[in-house]
Ligand binder design. Structure first.
Ligand SMILES: [Zn+2]
Length: 77
């Protein structure tokens, strides 16, 4: 079994909602098949997952649905 690079926990297949970004384009890829650390939650993208993300970004102009995402800008220190 694969282990996590960060915490050495076990890595298992999982489905996650993944926020992808290319340039100024954001796409929420829902139910993306990835490998995820059971212990710390770190996500590992394999070739198939990367391909799904590329496909999702290419389809950004005609998505399955839209999200309204609140935006909060942090104050300067
Ligand atoms: Zn981990």
């Amino acid at each position: 079994m694969k282990t996590c690079y960060f915490c050495k926990g076990p890595v298992a297949p999982a489905r996650v909602d993944y926020m992808a970004q290319a340039h100024n384009q954001y796409v929420m890829v829902q139910r993306l098949a990835v490998e995820r650390c059971v212990q710390c939650g770190e996500i590992y993208l394999d070739v198939a997952a990367s391909r799904e993300i590329d496909k999702a970004l290419a389809r950004a102009a005609s998505p399955d649905s839209h999200l309204d995402v609140p935006v909060v800008v942090c104050a300067e220190p």
